[in-house]
Structures are given as structure tokens and as C-alpha cells.
Design a protein around this ligand. Structure first.
Ligand SMILES: [Zn+2]
Length: 140
């Protein structure tokens, strides 16, 4: 994807630009999606690519939306900024910064993807109610 920094500035809010393009971090416990418990897909706020599933979201109490697994669109690279040795995670499609991954997450992966809420979009699963109705008939 060949968007210029000017294109991104026009598309994103200033906070989103700071996180996705300048590797910023949002203030903990402020993100809209932090306590989102709905079923659906978490997407990249920059380009809309699907990144995480609600099935892998968990409550880490760290102040940012947390997932124990990422899909194949999430890239990993070493980040030695701020005197720390961390693994940065980013969107492979638009190269947007998402957050970091740590090794203190729950099983089955043991990973904690600590992601800025502002770097994410959310698409609610529309078929869930239908599935519940169908299951209700089958198991009634
Ligand atoms: Zn993206």
C-alpha cells in the first residue's frame, strides 16, 4: 500500500496518526474497545485488514485491549526503543503500528498482544443471533 504520510494525516485522526504512523501509545484505560465483549472481528484502523478475533480477546487488566492470538496479517519485529527490548506488532498490509506482544498471556499461546484501541476497528458478527436461534431449535 503506497499512501504518503500526508494521505494518512487526511484519513486518520491526529491520535490515530500518532499511534499507527509514529508508534505512539494511547493513555491506558481510555480505549473504546478495551471493554468491548461483543463477538466479531478486530480490524486495522488504518486499512481495514482483519487482525484479531473476539474469541482471542481477554481481560488482561493492563489498560489496553489484549488478545492471546493474532492472525497472519499481524507482523512482528524487534523494538529497542525507550531502552526496552520488546516485540512490536504491526499491520502487514499498511505497516501501521498496533502495539506490542509479551510472553505473559494465557494459554493456549501464552502470548499477550497489548494493542492500542485507537489502532483498531471493530466489525460486529452479524450472524451470531441467527446461529443462536438455529442452535436453540436444534437443542430445544
Ligand atoms: Zn493496516
Amino acid at each position: 500500500m503506497s499512501k504518503t504520510e500526508e494521505d494518512w494525516k487526511a484519513k486518520l485522526t491526529s491520535e490515530q496518526f500518532h499511534i499507527l504512523r509514529e508508534k505512539g501509545t494511547e493513555i491506558p484505560f481510555t480505549g473504546k474497545l478495551l471493554n468491548n465483549k461483543e463477538t466479531g472481528k478486530y480490524t486495522c484502523a488504518g486499512c481495514g485488514t482483519e487482525l484479531f478475533s473476539s474469541e482471542t480477546k481477554f481481560d488482561s487488566h493492563c489498560g489496553w485491549p489484549s488478545f492471546f492470538e493474532a492472525n497472519k496479517n499481524v507482523g512482528h519485529r524487534e523494538d529497542n526503543g525507550y531502552g526496552m527490548n520488546r516485540i512490536e506488532v504491526f499491520c502487514k498490509k499498511c505497516n501501521g503500528h498496533l502495539g506490542h506482544v509479551f510472553d505473559d498471556g494465557p494459554q493456549p499461546t501464552g502470548k499477550r498482544y497489548c494493542i492500542n484501541s485507537l489502532a483498531l476497528g471493530f466489525q460486529k458478527e452479524k450472524l451470531k443471533i441467527l446461529k443462536l436461534i438455529i442452535n436453540g431449535f436444534i437443542f430445544a
